[in-house]
Design a protein around this ligand. Sequence first.
Ligand SMILES: *Cc1c(COP(=O)(O)O)cnc(C)c1O
Length: 521
Amino acid sequence: MNQINQSGWKPGSPVPTEHGEQYPTVTGNKALMLEERLIFELGRRDTCGVDLPEPDPAAPNRLGKFARQQALNLPGLSEPETVRHYTRLSRQNYAIDLGLFPLGSCTMKHNPRLNEKVARMPGFADVHPLQPVDTVRGALGVINELAHWLIELTGMHGVAMTPKAGAHGELCGVLCIRAALEARGDARKVVLVPESAHGTNPATAAFAGYEVEDIPATPEGRVDLAALKARLGPDVAGVMITNPNTCGLFEREMKAISDAVHEVGGFVYCDGANFNAIMGRVRPGDLGIDAMHINLHKTFSTPHGGGGPGSGPVVLSEALCPYGPLPFTAKMPDGTIQLVEEENAAEHGHTETFGRMAAFHGQMGMFTRALTYILSHGADGLRQASGDAVLNANYLLRSLDDLFDAPFGDTGPCMHEALFSDHGFAEGMSTLDVAKGLIDEGFHPMTMYFPLVVHGSMLVEPTETESKAVLDQFITAMRSLGERAKAGDEALKTAPHHAPRARLDEAQAARKPVLAYSAEV
Ligand SMILES: *Cc1c(COP(=O)(O)O)cnc(C)c1O
């Protein structure tokens, strides 16, 4: 109240405020978008949303000295208050079901409702990983069928289904490489990673115990084959290459890269997170790749981020298959599907496994959704999806490259994502300003400052699921923001103005995060 009075505002008289608001409200709410306080500020100690029986004072204390002495300090809310708190917060969020999510490298595509319908069928939704194998033959059949499709689509020899994210899949692939090298008594130390790699690639190699060395990119944004060849030698365990790469370009020399690496006894890991650009058109197996993860939550339309868990199956070459993790499914000559675990691995000739990636079989709910997506599209539909994804990205690239600098725009069409830089912005204007301006225009920002090889990069991936009308609206917003960035519009530097929170001090937030609520603060 005070603040509003201090600003001199009277009902009906427009007063611009810090956030560009013409008509402040006494509640802080903006029409039906409600302001929300922290749950600890809302809660009261004397309230609880559930009725619990009073503990029996005569019951023996089985916690001994570990019994809690002080109050638990939980925020007490009634059930309706709790529901409203989280519903209000959810309305401040953005989601693929609300609008375009142009996050490059993330393939934020529509999650078809058919996937959800199938995943909720009781026979799929209610299976438990500890059920006797005889009672889950159908679920094993789903895993096996999906594995079959992934092998077919990639032209590889086998697949490890258990990794639970792309990065987890990378680790699985690199552990296979390490096991294969150890099996031949070859203690190689180095993994080569191009400059344009996704951050998870060097992180994975380092986590698996390797020294990571950079390979430079050519001015065209691709791996420098000559530099790679020059560095290859008997100490190189392998390379990790993203294809299509994070500049949105296909690595045309992939086969030559693989051949050169194999020649010195190394292995080729391909980061397949961008498979959405080439699905049904290029088989990584034909390019000499030994291991590649597939993000079911990107290419195969299963929910992403806050929407659900990821899933990162890894397809493997014949050379790496023997080292793949347990468990996996195997189709027997009589058509039954067996689960191969430690106790029967020898029967299946799988004695050199490096171990396990997960306690159980992987993300069953995601397998069901991804297989539904695959079967509802068919081979021709998947091929069309990748073509449409590339078409949409090129439509964005060519609708914006006269205004925004497109570093590799002259080298030909892009794949599934279009890359722009901040080159040509007015002094003091940055990629961050454009991203924050996009929020005001009702779009989730694109991927910013990645890949690192381009200054102030903006990586935009529309995916095939956006209509031309949506793309045109996005282009209109981007063109307006591009013009404002070039003109040095001061108002863009303080965007967003219409979001529930204005621009935050990101350095403060990163360096002095307040992670726990304390009433004393
Ligand atoms: C998303 C992504 C990853 C990591 O996948 P997660 O499922 O997020 O672990 C790796 N590489 C690239 C190129 C990606 O886009």
